[in-house]
Design a protein around this ligand. Structure first.
Ligand SMILES: [Cu+2]
Length: 240
């Protein structure tokens, strides 16, 4: 009898690309709808540890996840004061922070937050159903105003299945190559994966070696993704 060994792939793309934000904003939108929904433990795809300190800071204060992921936030209060980790829209967090000033003793018990005594660890399991930034904050009186806040950048769900990747390739003409800076300037067509219209712009390349086989005037195909502070070309080849 043969044994079948299955390898369960963990979501390999989790760290591969960074936030691509939804362009629409939803003023006055309902928090639960716009930030996601409570998650269940068995669906967790990622665990993020966060500490809260009396310096009125979360560490880390910014993180990236992918749309559709269920995240377990394991939150530890390393300070001497009570703190809480509260996911929400900026508008809701601000409004609640004002309420907390009026009723400092108020204790919430909602699935989008965990309130912790000094030295305690707790968790929030949350499913991020939409792309875009989701904020979090400590709403204890004065803490929010002191800057105790952060955000989760929710990247768009991985788009096409592998077989359709070719359709995601964008086209461009090389205008400039700067090997020292690992940059390339392209006059490009639509970049569907970034929802970007045609224009001429400077890209970072993921690997300097990608620039060895291209020169000004070449027609190329490429894929690109948004990372913190730059748009990075992850694949580059001569156009057929
Ligand atoms: Cu706090």
């Amino acid at each position: 009898m043969k044994n079948t060994i299955k390898f369960i792939a963990t979501p390999a793309l989790l760290t591969a690309s960074l936030a691509v934000f939804a362009s629409g904003s939803h003023p006055g939108g309902h928090a639960a709808a716009s930030i996601g929904q409570p998650g269940i433990s068995s669906a967790v795809t990622r665990t993020i540890a966060i500490s809260m300190a009396d310096t009125m800071r979360f560490t880390p204060s910014e993180m990236e996840v992918r749309q559709g992921e269920t995240v377990r936030f394991v939150v530890t209060n390393t300070g001497q004061l009570k703190h809480e980790f509260n996911l929400g829209t900026d508008a809701d967090l601000k409004a609640h922070a004002e309420q907390m000033k009026k009723f400092p003793e108020m204790e919430h018990d909602e699935p989008n937050l965990v309130s912790l005594a000094p030295g305690k660890t707790g968790e929030v399991i949350w499913k991020f159903t939409r792309s875009g930034p989701v904020s979090f904050a400590c709403l204890h009186a004065g803490h929010y105003d002191a800057g105790m806040k952060g955000r989760v950048l929710v990247a768009k769900a991985a788009g096409a299945p592998v077989a359709d990747v070719a359709a995601e390739w964008a086209r461009g003409e090389v205008k400039k190559v700067d090997k020292a800076a690992q940059k390339i300037t392209l006059k490009h067509g639509d970049i569907k994966s970034l929802d970007m219209p045609p224009m001429t712009m400077v890209f970072q390349v993921a690997d300097a070696a990608m620039l060895n086989s291209v020169k000004v005037g070449d027609n190329v195909q490429f894929s690109a993704e948004r990372r913190t502070g730059a748009i990075v070309i992850t694949n580059l080849k001569a156009a057929p």
